[in-house]
Design a protein around this ligand. Structure first.
Ligand SMILES: *Cc1c(COP(=O)(O)O)cnc(C)c1O
Length: 509
């Protein structure tokens, strides 16, 4: 007897294909050492997820140390190779905000990368791991004096200043400490890249960085060159002030145009605009600033539909544009740096959940034909797991898509359109909006969601008083805890508890 294959659901988004072989893993979504064992159970470097779940519980963040190190190295070598002839190579700063703990900071240091932080707390983690100050950066649009002082005292490689006030604050604090701060100035090049396209504008409407555009109140000077606004832009004033400040060693300029970017064009345009600015600085101030940071934002695959470019391809495209623009402007090629976060850590990690309650609802198919009295309804299966928006806020925050597979046994039942949801008191608490999962997926099964290395654990919360999950690293066929999970005691750690009042009304008669 043949069962009627459930078939593709009309409710599924166009990009989602009905899997022909549910056991197959889409390679681009997973760390390199994740595979299905002969028993059909997902394993990482030979360690099965059922063992991991038994030992550490779920939800669980599972990081492949080898994959992290490999991706860090790929960024370093791809960009070094592409830029070697132009400027000797590229400095890669891992963006710690995407995922950071002391163990990961050790990996970053050992792989020869720098590390970017954007708060005193992130800086503390990096320093605790023994990261030398000269390999650290500090970002932020509203750094406190305490954060800046700490950065100055640690002799940071770069403090990326974000406003005219901050130029003065950093310089003055450095003078007070008897030091000179290494500074880059964050500019807004008017390029916003988002995944498949970018938009270019002259003016910026966002909180980060200093504008390249001339002050609206000031007439442009006659005969100004590219990137030259006659010195009236906030960017030019910041450079002038930084160059004049005895507490500041001005290294260069910085931009970060967005995140989850697949195509190189946005980076290329930003590089052109910033190089134009560096040429204008040379013409106006007689200095060629030695460094240019082009930020992070390199995209990864969260679903089968995402097709990120290999780092080497993006690096070559960017090097081509940097080289030709510098030649046109007669500018010595500055030392380039980049700041990938997501693209290094994102694919190294999956989250392991245990499934619980399931239910199937029937949903009207969108756009029913005219004249059709009763629109057709189609099943959507809800599979609830033991975590949710407290360990992955990205679907709620950005409508982010993810993928999921049945991990603890071979997926044999017919695939049905499913929605993996969390256990929080929000109907928006979705982990994976659309995935085909075997129709018998249910209580006790383990589900694995790949691509959760970046911006998941760091955004975790205790919403509904759930405990935040542990993070384990797998390397050389063994798992070890790198961040322990919270316990119920942790939930009370900051709660200032008082003795219960003795209210006679509380007593039972
Ligand atoms: C967030 C951020 C990054 C990293 O972005 P990814 O998309 O994770 O690569 C780099 N630089 C700055 C300034 C950032 O704010």
């Amino acid at each position: 007897m043949t069962t009627t294959a459930a078939g593709a659901s009309p409710l599924a988004p166009a990009w989602l294909t009905l899997p022909e072989d549910q056991a197959r893993l889409e390679a681009k979504l997973w760390a390199e050492d994740v595979e299905r064992g002969d028993d059909g159970v997902l394993q990482i470097d030979g360690v099965s997820v059922t063992e991991l779940a038994q030992q550490y519980g779920t939800p669980l963040f599972v990081v492949s140390e080898r994959d992290f190190r490999a991706r860090a190295r790929i960024f370093r070598t791809a960009f070094d190779d592409a830029f070697r002839e132009l400027c000797g190579g590229v400095d890669v700063f891992y963006a710690g905000k995407s995922f950071l703990c002391t163990e990961v900071a050790h990996w970053v240091r050992e792989e020869g990368l720098g590390l970017d932080t954007c708060s005193g707390g992130e800086l503390a983690v990096a320093l605790r791991a023994g990261m030398p100050g000269h390999r650290l950066g500090l970002h932020g649009n509203n750094k406190s004096a305490a954060e800046i002082t700490r950065a100055i005292d640690a002799d940071l490689g770069r403090i990326v200043v974000d406003s005219l006030q901050e130029v003065a604050l950093v310089g003055d604090l450095a003078v007070q400490r008897g030091r000179i701060a290494n500074v880059m100035i964050r500019l807004t090049p008017g390029v916003h890249a988002h995944t498949h396209e970018f938009i270019a504008t002259a003016h910026e409407d966002q909180k980060f960085g200093l504008s390249l555009a001339a002050d609206a109140t000031t007439e442009p000077a006659v005969g100004q060159g590219p990137g030259d606004d006659g010195g009236t832009s906030p960017a030019h004033r910041a450079v002038a002030n930084a160059l004049a400040h005895p507490g500041i060693n001005l290294l260069g300029v910085h931009c970060h145009i967005g995140s989850q970017i697949f195509e190189p064009e946005g980076f290329e345009l930003a590089a052109q605009r910033l190089l134009g600015f560096l040429a204008a600085v040379r013409d106006r101030h007689g200095v060629e600033l030695p460094e240019l940071d082009l930020g992070g934002g390199y995209g990864i695959a969260y679903t089968e539909a995402d097709e990120p470019r290999p780092p080497a391809e993006i690096a070559r495209a960017m090097a081509g544009v940097v080289g030709s623009t510098c030649r046109e402007l007669g500018l010595a090629v500055p030392r380039i740096s980049i700041e990938p976060g997501r693209a290094i850590v994102g694919p190294t990690t999956f989250t392991l959940y245990t499934a619980g309650t399931t239910k199937t609802v029937r949903v009207d198919s969108a756009g029913s034909e005219q004249g059709q009295a009763v629109p057709a309804t189609h099943p959507r299966r809800y599979v609830s797991v033991d975590g949710g928006m407290s360990d992955n806020a990205r679907p709620v925050l950005y409508g982010a898509d993810y993928s999921a597979v049945l991990a603890s046994r071979p997926p044999e039942a017919a695939p049905v359109l499913s929605r993996v949801v969390g256990k929080h008191c929000e109907s928006g608490d979705i982990v994976v909006r659309d995935a085909y999962l075997p129709e018998d997926t249910g209580a006790g099964d383990l589900l694995a969601v790949p691509g959760t290395g970046a911006y998941c654990w760091v955004l975790a919360s205790n919403y509904n008083y759930l405990t935040r999950p542990p993070v384990i690293a797998v390397a050389d066929g063994a798992a070890r805890l790198i961040v322990r999970g919270e316990t119920e005691d942790d939930l009370f750690r900051r709660d200032v508890q008082r003795e219960p009042a003795t209210d006679p009304g509380d007593a039972h008669p």
